[in-house]
Design a protein around this ligand. Sequence first.
Ligand code: SF4
Length: 331
Amino acid sequence: MENRETLLKIENLNVYFKTENGRIQAVKDVSFEIGKGELVALVGESGCGKSITSLSIMGLTPRNCQVEAGSISLGGQELTAMSPDELRKLRGKDMAMIFQEPLTSLNPLFTIGYQLTETIRIHNQIGKKEAKERAIDLLKKVEIPRPESILKEYPNALSGGMRQRVMIAIAMANNPTLLIADEPTTALDVTIQAQILRLMRQLMKEYSASILFITHDLGVVAEIADRVIVMYAGQIVEQGEVFSLFRQPLHPYTQGLMSSTIKINQSDEILGTINGVVPNLSSMPEGCRFHPRCPYAREDCRKNMPELNTVTENRYVRCLHWNELGGEQNG
Ligand code: SF4
């Protein structure tokens, strides 16, 4: 992380699901930081622990989840020490989240205007008229045409792209320092996706916010991220500045994601060319969790769990043989 002041710092995050057959671990010893004004992409196939990591930061994990973190601190505030009520106050103000499908967050029974102005008024002592003015201003910022009439619409009347813009407006309504975006463009077509990504970058600068951007799509990462964290089977397997990671991916999993992206050119099937599937949480392989799918796996990989090795400053990889494999040069 290039000399930025730290905004979010996660140390030793462990997350478990309680099941009929006991606890199973979904996230194991995850630690990372996000700097002020930095956009960090969290990458991996579904089931790798990306979304549950972000929900743990927000304090929004499902009931059957147990979060055991050494520390999650946001702007110096320790979130693990906060009561549910204190966390609720923080959400929507200091940190906000947008999801892949805005309809899961927007209430179909209330107008856009009601939902936006209520979000503003929860955290600010202002009247309805001033909240409406701010709402119109926010809709203009997310480049929604005719904002006054959109305020009167219900979510179902809007297109997917417009709904995502409304969600971004709601998320930014109280100038959060951290925005978590979970696959926010996956459901959109490529043109709209590009517009939303450009908008998010623009707003991030304007509001001096930091973004944790969760995606399975390395094409999107290349376009938007400053730094990349790759997760596999609940662990961080590689981390680095976007340019360095794309130029020379060191972990065989990152190399697989990368060559799949290049081969199939950003189609939804980009992850299809890595053999096998992400292991089930209840039956993690011994040793390196990637070994059943790794083309370079050796005997020791089946027995020994690799540590996250420091390669250079800001560059980390979890592989027993990374320095022998060398990584692929991708331009
Ligand atoms: Fe592959 Fe072994 Fe490295 Fe795991 S430790 S990624 S199995 S080479």
